[in-house]
Design a protein. Structure first.
Ligand SMILES: [Zn+2]
Ligand SMILES: [Zn+2]
Ligand SMILES: [Zn+2]
Length: 204
């Protein structure tokens, strides 16, 4: 059960990366609109980006809740993905099936709270703060945990303050975090961008 659940969390993290990049941001096509298999979700997501850039990481769509079409789009999309994934995984592994449901609920909890409480986001999911506020929005695709951004080389950190304690994105005892950071530096290094503004200035 627990092995399946853990495997499910890894699959869900991979899905976050792929869906965010290819469905929510879409693919650039020369001389045409960006391509997404779900254009409505892409439209909603780009509007989320515009809102967040204007309001120092806030998204008032989450204050309005389900009455807001973007919030509704996110909830419905997550419900569809969770239902399909848990149904597909169920005959293979009950743990994976459960992880699909948990991951969808957790995604909504984390993403919503992050855009209601930017200071919390800076501490808990700095990679998503980087995703929105970095000069390069074409990176940092994971939302709940940065795992696949490290694996695929798309964790781009803008400042020391926005570097997570370790690549798991879970606060660990210092020695363990250090060990993981050494491993990641050797095999899955994060990239850095130069940035002049401090977090404090941007959150304020
Ligand atoms: Zn995005
Ligand atoms: Zn606000
Ligand atoms: Zn966001």
């Amino acid at each position: 059960m627990w092995k399946g659940f853990l495997a499910g969390l890894v699959v869900a993290n991979c899905f976050e990366w792929v869906a965010h990049k290819y469905i929510l941001h879409g693919t650039h096509r020369a001389g045409q609109r960006r391509y997404s298999p779900v254009p409505e979700s892409m439209k909603s997501h780009w509007e989320h980006h515009r809102e967040v850039r204007k309001t120092s990481f806030h998204d008032h769509g989450y204050v309005e809740g389900i009455r807001n079409w973007r919030t509704k789009n996110e909830i419905v999309s997550l419900a569809v993905v969770a239902t399909v994934a848990s149904g597909v995984f169920y005959p293979i592994s009950k743990g994976m099936s459960l992880a699909a449901l948990y991951s969808a609920a957790n995604y909504y909890y984390i993403h919503r709270r992050a855009h209601l409480e930017p200071e919390w986001a800076v501490k808990k999911i700095p990679w998503h703060y980087d995703h929105h506020m970095n000069s390069n929005q074409d990176a940092n695709w994971c939302v709940t945990k940065p795992w696949f951004d490290y694996i695929l080389g798309t964790r781009v950190i803008s400042s020391q303050e926005l570097q997570e304690q370790n690549p798991l994105g879970i606060t660990l005892p210092h020695v363990m975090a250090q060990g993981l950071n050494h491993l990641s530096a050797a095999y899955f290094p994060a990239k850095w961008v130069e940035k002049k503004v401090t977090v404090a200035e941007r959150v304020a």
